[in-house]
Design a protein around this ligand. Structure first.
Ligand code: GUN
Length: 282
C-alpha cells in the first residue's frame, strides 16, 4: 500500500518553524529579513508564482520588496535596478522571476546577484559549492524534495535514484543533492535511449520534465518512491504532474501528489533560503 507524501502539511510545519526563526532574527538584530522579488513583464504564470511568494513572506514575517517592471525595460535599465538591490542593506535576498522577456539576456542579469544574496541558488559559486558538497544556498525545488525524503525517513544512501530532466534549476541540482546523500544517481533527458528501462531501475524516481503523465505505471518498479515535480494541465484542463498518478501510485511505497506535493515545498524553501541569506550576512 502506498503512502502519500503530504507536501502541504510539511510546508505548513516548516513555515511555522521559519516564522519563529525570523522573529528571533528580528529580536536579535533589530531588523527585518528582506527579500526583493523582481518580475519583468506580464507572464500570467509568473504573476501567480510571484503573488504566492509575496504571500508566503507575509505569512512568515519576511519583509518583501516587490518590483513589477515593464515588459519593454532595457537590459541596461534592468541591470541598474538589480545593482541598486545588491547594494541595498535592507535586502538580504534577490529573486528575479524567470523567464525574463526574450530581449533580455537573463544570464547577464543573474550574474549581477552575488552569492550571498542568491536566494535561488543559481549562481556559479552556489552551484560550485553544491557540487563540492559544501554548504551553499540550494535551488528551492530540489532542496524541498530532499526535505520531504528526510521528513518521511526515506533512506537515500545506497539507493538507485533516477532523475528525469536535466534543467539547471531542478534536474541538475536534484541529481547533485541525491549524490551528496550517497545515492547512485542516473540523470535521464530527452536524448536518453531507453527511458523506461532506466526508470525501472529506480528505488527513488524524481521527475521534472514538464510533460503531463509522461511516467506511466509500466515504467515504475514495485515499491519505488516517486517524486513528481511537474505542474501541467491534462486534456481536460485539470492540474496534473509528470506522473500518471492514479495508476503509478499502486506500485509505489511513497508518492507525491500534484497539487499538494512538491509545489508547496518550493516556496517554503525560498523562505528558508531568504532567512539563510540574512543569517549569513550578519
Ligand atoms: N520561474 C520558475 N521557477 C522559478 C524559480 O525557482 N526561480 C525563479 N527565479 N524563477 C522561476
Amino acid at each position: 500500500m502506498y503512502k502519500i507524501i503530504d507536501g502541504k502539511a510539511l510546508a505548513a510545519d516548516m513555515r511555522a518553524d521559519i516564522k519563529h526563526s525570523v522573529e528571533l532574527y528580528r529580536n536579535e538584530y533589530g531588523r527585518d529579513v528582506g527579500l526583493a522579488v523582481v518580475m519583468v513583464g506580464e507572464n500570467s504564470a509568473s504573476a501567480i508564482y510571484v503573488r504566492n511568494k509575496i504571500k508566503a513572506c507575509e505569512e512568515v514575517g519576511i519583509k518583501s520588496f516587490a518590483y513589477y517592471l515593464p515588459q519593454d525595460i532595457s537590459q541596461e535599465q534592468l541591470k541598474e535596478h538589480i545593482k541598486a538591490l545588491v547594494t541595498d542593506d535592507k535586502i538580504d535576498g534577490i529573486l528575479v522571476q524567470l523567464p525574463l522577456p526574450d530581449h533580455i539576456c537573463a544570464d547577464e542579469i543573474l550574474r549581477l546577484i552575488p552569492a550571498e544574496k542568491d536566494v535561488d541558488g543559481f549562481c556559479e559559486e552556489n552551484i560550485g559549492k553544491l557540487c563540492l558538497g559544501e554548504k551553499s544556498i540550494v535551488s528551492c525545488t530540489p532542496n524541498g524534495v530532499m526535505k520531504m525524503l528526510e521528513r518521511y525517513n526515506i533512506p537515500v544512501a545506497g539507493k538507485r535514484a533516477v532523475v528525469v530532466g536535466r534543467s539547471a534549476i531542478v534536474g541538475k541540482p536534484m541529481a547533485m543533492l541525491l549524490l551528496n546523500a550517497d545515492a547512485t544517481v542516473t540523470v535521464c533527458h530527452s536524448k536518453t535511449v531507453n527511458l523506461k528501462e532506466e526508470c525501472l531501475n529506480a528505488d527513488i524516481l524524481v521527475v521534472a520534465v514538464g510533460r503531463a503523465k509522461k511516467i506511466t505505471a509500466d515504467m515504475v518498479k514495485e515499491g519505488a518512491v516517486v517524486i513528481d515535480i511537474g505542474m501541467n494541465r491534462d486534456k481536460n484542463g485539470k492540474l496534473c504532474g509528470d506522473v500518471d498518478y492514479e495508476k503509478v501510485k499502486e506500485k509505489c511505497s511513497y508518492i507525491t501528489p500534484v497539487p499538494g506535493g512538491v509545489g508547496p515545498m518550493t516556496i517554503t524553501m525560498l523562505m528558508h533560503n531568504a532567512l539563510q541569506t540574512a543569517v549569513m550576512r550578519r
